[in-house]
Design a protein around this ligand. Structure first.
Ligand code: GAR
Length: 208
């Protein structure tokens, strides 16, 4: 059973999907802690309801990104996690921080990476008149939203879609693929080696 730490900044619906998957036995892991950079977000309530230890580490109380990430790493390391799961954690991470968890940190990003790294992905897909949109789970590297992709889900963009309707349908996909990827990681089927993602000892093809 792997030790998991989940980082959030918001409503935590992906956190919920992962909590549910640990409870059902789909994921052979234990969520040791949930850490948020914002107080009063619903994700913290979800963690408390599930009996999971929570921490709020307010970035506004820190003078620099380095100082924040140093404290964040320290809190995470007290749990000795096998995997750090970024689930809507809306902060750019420093290289020093990322290096501490290489191959042990996953992120979910609401676009078909390498398209639309950064923010406002749904609106950008609409503005570009994309016919397909989606979501990616990837290992975290120093490059923002640039690490090797493990899994993607694709949806069709409809003529009457808005950023909100896209976000809704993407969320439904997220709640399927993120627990699945965490399941694989906890089964030791998924690793990052030399900057690439491997599944069952086979190199996953790069996307894009
Ligand atoms: C998700 O859609 C996730 O893909 C996105 O934030 C949302 C969090 O939702 N992540 C990013 O944009 C990362 N840059 P949730 O709090 O309900 O899980």
């Amino acid at each position: 059973t792997k030790n998991l730490v989940v980082l959030i900044s918001g409503s935590g619906s992906n956190l919920q999907a992962i909590i549910d998957a640990t409870k059902s036995g789909q994921i052979d892991g234990r969520i040791c802690a949930v850490i948020s950079n914002k107080a009063d977000v619903y994700g913290i309530e979800r963690a408390k309801k599930a009996g999971i230890k929570t921490h709020v580490l307010n970035h506004k109380a820190y003078a620099s990104r380095e100082a924040y990430d140093q404290d964040l790493a320290q809190v995470i390391e007290t749990y000795q996690p096998d995997l750090v799961i970024l689930a809507g954690f809306m902060r750019i991470l420093t290289a020093n921080f990322v290096q501490k968890f290489v191959g042990k940190m996953l992120n979910i990003h609401p676009s078909l990476l390498p398209k639309y790294q950064g923010l406002n992905t749904h609106q950008r897909a609409l503005d570009a008149k994309d016919t397909e949109h989606g979501v990616s789970v990837h290992f975290v590297t120093e490059e923002l939203d640039g690490g090797p992709v493990v899994c993607q889900a694709c949806i069709k963009v409809l003529s009457n879609d808005t950023a909100e309707t896209l976000a809704q349908r993407i969320h439904a996909e997220e709640h399927i693929i993120y627990p699945k990827v965490v399941e694989w990681f906890c089964q030791d089927r998924l690793t990052m080696r030399n900057g690439n993602a491997w599944f069952d000892n086979e190199l996953l093809p790069p996307t894009g």
